[in-house]
Design a protein around this ligand. Structure first.
Ligand code: ATP
Length: 586
């Protein structure tokens, strides 16, 4: 397969901001792809080579790409850098430099194939140790020499981890369902397989080779993370119990990192909420799990929380996050910041999926398979139908410093809904009871230049919620307060790598920001209330024509939610229901 088919598709996708058109271009590309290459093409369209949980990243540094462009264009380094500074993107710089040599190339080169591109990129990703820079540069040069200028543009963006086509996983699943299923409605089946495997490539290939039947036969496998089930939110104990059909299982909501542990007798892997493999960062959890599990194969979920080594008191989220992303000094960190894993669910045991069993049944299996120890603990649910009891437990949670409660359905349909945010699990947080102020996690999509004291940095950030149906981001407020001076000063640096020169194709905004970003960073913020607003696109036309929803007086609440992908941000649907529930409570 010629790589030019992919480059053409990328170009078309980039030229539109309409999701339906994007999907059409993807469908065409999927149909043009031989079945045995489909998984590779699926990863490539996401700017990757493997599923996230494999942890293999291409990312070549700017300076290496510049070295490579110098090598193949015959230009001096300062000329390449000058062109780059004018254009602002190394992909387009490569395009420009190569188009100057185009006539010569037509005569000399054979077309670049997807196989060659994939294999070379994979080599680049796997190159490490001595002489890495030289090897990576010559591997990339080898590709670019055979590339057209358009292909070079996308190759460079891919190796730099900056492809940014704006295709969310859900858009790709839609395209798959259209290309190989029975149309868009087959997305349900395709998405289910994706939720069980978190592997777009595997799902693509299974659907292409085995059809919908194969996709329906799809099973959980140890070592491939299951996409996490998430909570909806409600603001009173009465509402929660009513929604759950009278009874619920209430547990403390621990403020830590969610971990999914895949345990076999051969080894244990840990995955984060974003499905990265974080095994190497928590040797203490691995050791503790190994001695408390009584099964050949087990997948369990829980919250990893930092504890004070002197008092055994649980410490806030900010403490445990210091254990994340560490490559070095892990041993020292395990001593300085000890953690415990508090398990709340079991999803798979000895060859059997548990996700279609009701919650209490899964808990029974969890208790049978895992022995509580100092490092591995379990939530201790209160099963209740009494709102007064629920509020009393909430008081205890608040006094003890927990975030609140998670109340779970115990009905016969209380399955584990992988990858879904639904009302089978409902969070009830402390802050819901004080003022309107719900904490929300929003995505930074743009920024405004600072004035006065803030000259030289950003005055405010443009924040957006996630629209699951459209796989897009809709603005809901400008966030300027709650940052300390040091963070404020660092904002341009923090967002430097995410800068683009126009609104990202997945961002819907009526406001023109001074700076636009790839929607990647998620912040936690709190506001005083939700109001109707003609300026924002979150909930546009839902409550009132031409009007959306805005958060009044938003304030940064101190947490950068690096554990969340932009698709994990608070959804438009949640914000609409928060607005409605606010109306009920005035
Ligand atoms: P938040 O930002 O409120 O932590 P979230 O968006 O990360 O929420 P939600 O689905 O809204 O995720 O809330 C559930 C999260 O709460 C889980 O992802 C998990 O990390 C955490 N949690 C803590 N204690 C529990 C518990 N007992 N049961 C389930 N989840 C729990």
């Amino acid at each position: 397969m010629k790589y030019s088919l992919i480059a053409d598709a990328y170009k078309n996708i980039e030229s539109t901001s309409k999701r339906l058109e994007m999907t059409d271009y993807l469908v065409k590309l999927i149909k043009q792809t031989p079945k045995n290459l489909l998984s590779k093409v699926a990863y490539l369209t996401q700017g990757k080579l493997h599923p996230d949980f494999d942890g293999i990243e291409i990312s070549m540094a700017e300076r290496m790409v510049i070295m490579c462009l110098v090598k193949i264009s015959g230009k001096k380094k300062n000329e390449v850098t000058k062109t780059w500074k004018i254009i602002g993107d190394l992909g387009s710089t490569a395009d420009r430099l190569l188009s100057e040599q185009y006539t010569m190339k037509l005569i000399t080169s054979l077309p670049l194939t997807v196989e060659k591109v994939y294999n070379t990129l994979d080599k680049i990703a796997h190159t490490s140790g001595k002489g890495t820079v030289g090897i990576k540069v010559s591997l990339l040069a080898d590709l670019l020499i055979g590339a057209t200028s358009k292909e070079a543009r996308y190759l460079v963006r891919t190796v730099m981890g900056k492809l940014r086509l704006g295709i969310g996983d859900m858009t790709f699943l839609d395209a798959l369902a259209i290309a190989y299923g029975e149309g868009k409605h087959s997305r349900v089946d395709v998405e289910r397989a994706y939720n069980m495997s978190s592997d777009l490539g595997l799902v693509s290939e299974t659907l292409a080779n085995e059809g919908l039947e194969g996709i329906r036969r799809f099973r959980i496998r140890i070592g491939r993370p299951i996409r996490p089930m998430l909570c909806e939110r409600l603001t009173t104990a009465d509402e929660i119990l009513t929604k759950l059909g009278g009874w619920g299982s209430a547990e403390f909501k621990y403020d830590g990192l969610r971990i999914q542990a895949h345990i076999t007798s051969a080894g244990i892997s840990l995955f984060s909420r974003r499905l990265e493999n974080i095994t190497s960062q928590f040797p203490d959890i691995i050791k503790a799990l190994a001695s408390s599990v009584n099964a050949e194969e087990l997948i369990v979920e829980g919250e990893c929380v930092a504890v004070d080594p002197n008092t055994d008191e649980m410490l806030p989220f900010q403490v445990v996050t210091q254990r994340r992303g560490r490559k070095y000094e892990i041993k020292r960190m395990t001593k300085e910041i000890p953690v415990v894993l508090i398990l709340f669910d079991a999803l798979y045991v000895d060859g059997k999926s548990l996700i279609d069993l009701p919650y209490l049944k899964r808990r029974q299996i969890l208790k049978k398979m895992v022995r509580e120890t100092n490092g591995i603990r379990m939530t201790h649910p209160l099963i209740t139908d009494n709102p007064v009891e629920l509020d009393a437990l909430m008081d205890t949670a608040a006094e003890t410093g927990y975030e609140g409660l998670v109340i779970k359905s115990i009905g016969s349909n209380s399955i584990y809904q992988a990858g879904a945010r639904g009302f089978l699990w409902i969070k009830y947080k402390r802050e819901y009871r004080s003022d309107m102020a719900d904490m929300v996690d929003l995505v930074v999509v743009g920024a405004f230049a600072g004035r006065g004291r803030r000259a030289g940095t950003y005055g405010a950030l443009l924040m957006a919620s996630y629209d699951e149906e459209l796989d897009a981001f809709k603005t809901v407020c400008k966030l300027g307060s709650g940052f300390d001076d040091a963070t404020l000063a660092r904002l341009p640096k923090i967002f430097e790598a995410d800068r683009i020169d126009h609104a990202h194709p997945r961002v819907e905004s009526k406001i023109e920001a001074d700076f636009w970003f790839v929607p990647r960073k998620v912040l936690e913020l709190i506001g005083s209330e939700l109001t109707l607003s003609p300026l924002h696109t979150c909930g546009l036309d839902i409550i009132k024509k031409d009007v959306g929803l805005a958060i009044r007086f938003p304030r940064f609440a101190g947490k950068w939610r690096d554990d969340k992908a932009s698709e994990d941000a608070t959804t438009v649907k949640e914000i609409i229901s928060m607005y409605r529930s606010q109306l009920k409570h005035v």
